[in-house]
Design a protein around this ligand. Sequence first.
Ligand SMILES: Nc1ncnc2c1ncn2[C@@H]1O[C@H](COP(=O)(O)OP(=O)(O)OP(=O)(O)O)[C@@H](O)[C@H]1O
Length: 323
Amino acid sequence: METHIIELNGLTKRYGGINVVDHLDLSIKKGEVFGLLGPNGAGKTTTILMMLGLIEPTSGISKVCGHNSTSNPIDIKRKVGYMPDRVGFYDDMTGLGNLIYIGQLNGLNKFEAKNLAIEMMKTVGLEKALNSKTGTYSRGMKQRLGLADVLIKQPEVIIMDEPTLGIDPSGINDFLKLIKKLSYEQGLTVLLSSHHLNQVQKICDRVGIFVKGKLLAQGHIEQLSEQLFPQTSHQIQISLKEAFPKTNGDEQALLQLVKAKHIAKNNNNIQVDCNKDFTPQIVKFLVDKNYSITGVHQKNYGLEDIYQKYFENKKHSADYGKI
Ligand SMILES: Nc1ncnc2c1ncn2[C@@H]1O[C@H](COP(=O)(O)OP(=O)(O)OP(=O)(O)O)[C@@H](O)[C@H]1O
């Protein structure tokens, strides 16, 4: 049986008559890296705060590591490490000093705290900066120290709110790889809230698209496009030697064959958006009609495309529930 370490059922938070988190159901397995994606104001932070037991839901239940977040916030605090978007440290203390202090606040004696702090700083690649004051750390180094700060509590689950804010691109890559490695090696479950889609795509096992308090779709990236755009989940691009169509009848016949509404044309290239992979049928159709094919390509939606396309569609629809 699969173990769900995070279980949200009907989780709702109402502010000023509006459900900013609206009957949210979400299950995350042990060891999974899950990306919660959504624009500003979607309700990501409110959801996280309910999971941590820091605010009470209006209705519904949040369970993390088997504990009810609302009735057992102390147990949640023991098992869940939370990394907010900006991590604060004492700038005039060394990185090591800051971590030892956190370790002691979490019940370790000075000796244990020092040993663990050194180990965690090595884990996050800060061994050379052990004795530098955190005031001299770069933003990326501070985020790594923030991760060490979470790890020293030896959590089962790590929740991160926009963890890469303000880090330069190569620092982001290194930081995300580190998160993935930790999850893999230590079986840590990670919930990562972000609106940086490309980054999330790189390391998450699953993602959820969260808009106006509701989870619109969740799954692996490939599944998302099928859920969100059932009619156009496969984009098939064909390059031809000559322009398409030779006759109007060809275009209509191809549209009917693949049950598509529109064929996009650009010079000698065409793109057909279909609800399944019609590549063999399209190629056969064109060959039978004596077109010369110079290239065939199936484009997969990336998370950025999925997100953009979703919000483009929303401009034409008043109802977020209808896709
Ligand atoms: N204490 C509060 N009182 C009233 N409204 C609130 C409160 N906290 C959050 N909200 C509202 O709830 C909505 C969701 O906010 P939340 O911070 O959870 O979104 P978010 O997805 O984390 O956005 P961001 O990425 O900008 O942090 C927003 O409209 C916000 O104004």
